[in-house]
Design a protein around this ligand. Sequence first.
Ligand SMILES: *Cc1c(COP(=O)(O)O)cnc(C)c1O
Length: 437
Amino acid sequence: MLSFPAYQEKGTSVEEIINGFTGFANKGASGAAPRRGRGESERHEPIGFDDDVLAAIGEKDRRWSWVEIDTSAIRWNTMEVKKRLHPGCRLMAVVKADAYGHGAVPCAKAACNSGAEYLGVATLDEGIELRKAGLNQPILILAEPPASSIPLLLRYGIMPSVYTSEFAIAYAECADAHGLMAPYHLAVNSGMNRIGVRWDQVMEFMMQVSFHRALELVGVFTHFATADCPDSIDFHMQAKRFVEAVTAMHNAGIDPGIVHCDNSAALLRYSETNFDMVRLGIALYGFHPCPETRNMIDLRPAMSVHARITDVRTVPMSEGVSYGLNYRSPGSVKICTIPVGYADGLRRALSGRTSFILDGQLCRQAGNICMDQCMFEVDMRSYGSRPRLNPQIGDEVTLVGSQGGVSVTIDDMAAAAGTIQHEIAIGFSHRMPRFYR
Ligand SMILES: *Cc1c(COP(=O)(O)O)cnc(C)c1O
């Protein structure tokens, strides 16, 4: 039991004792003049700081954690995929969710400069962001947005996926009123049961909407539920249904436009379904959608995550570290802290299950990952020729990426956290600034 003599003798509160001890108590009350900048009235506008000088303090110098995106990897992955497609097959770069956390605008630019001719997003605002950044490729929202957003679709020239006649008619009427066409892609549900017109009701749907002169069918697509699964029976079932729907359109004299269905896994594993366009998401960022694609294509991860050590300590044997004190020091380690936590996307489920790289050596993350910080252990024993580490405040640590021949990948993290790479990559939050090279 800790003992606070003052608490026992005088009955004062623990806070008062701690304040007295650390000097945080209200010194102003003792009669000394408050220093400039610390008094209530002046706190918000201390003088003598030049705004330009303040603005020049870079993001890495404000908090020692950041994400780097290698746009040459995005370009490499785009070209590697593009050269596998038959001539004339278009490549859609799927840059939804801020390009899976990599930054929509720079990634869309890199992809479009290396062979992508279409852009896919999840929301209207994601499309508008690309338009405002000057990207003028066709943009498809991979869902049907609310009908209330139709004027924005037309204003920015962003195509919706369509699967309800109500939306189709409202879209066509708004376009017509402005003397515009209403271009769209028809979403077909071939078995995933997320969005779309059922594959065997496509003709019925087309009959319902075809009277409208402004509607312009630019493409027809479906999405696979199991393209990344070892078994291909369900995949082939969906593909067959989709082909049936497209064939029915052809037979009725309807031009389906751009026919597309493949995501990353499907476009690599089943080239027979590449059709007129493929939708490249996760592989654009350098991740393999499943183990089966590993020996099919050389992909380069674009994202790496970095931090600098903010504290270093020796923790005696069996003392605990972090919330819960679950990690216990083996005594032969130094414990280092970095300013990255689960609020930055370093999933708490990875506590004790991931490693960081310091000076080309893997160091195990130690203790529960906190909201804004976490710790790792540096083994201070020397083995053979392995150089002994000497961690210092300010030293750079790699959380994701490679350094000196060792690497930690988002694939490793996803496996350790029991999820897919998409979720880990998207998770690295914008509290960590992005740097592009
Ligand atoms: C997200 C998405 C994609 C891209 O999928 P990946 O597996 O990341 O390649 C393709 N099509 C649709 C409809 C999507 O929602």
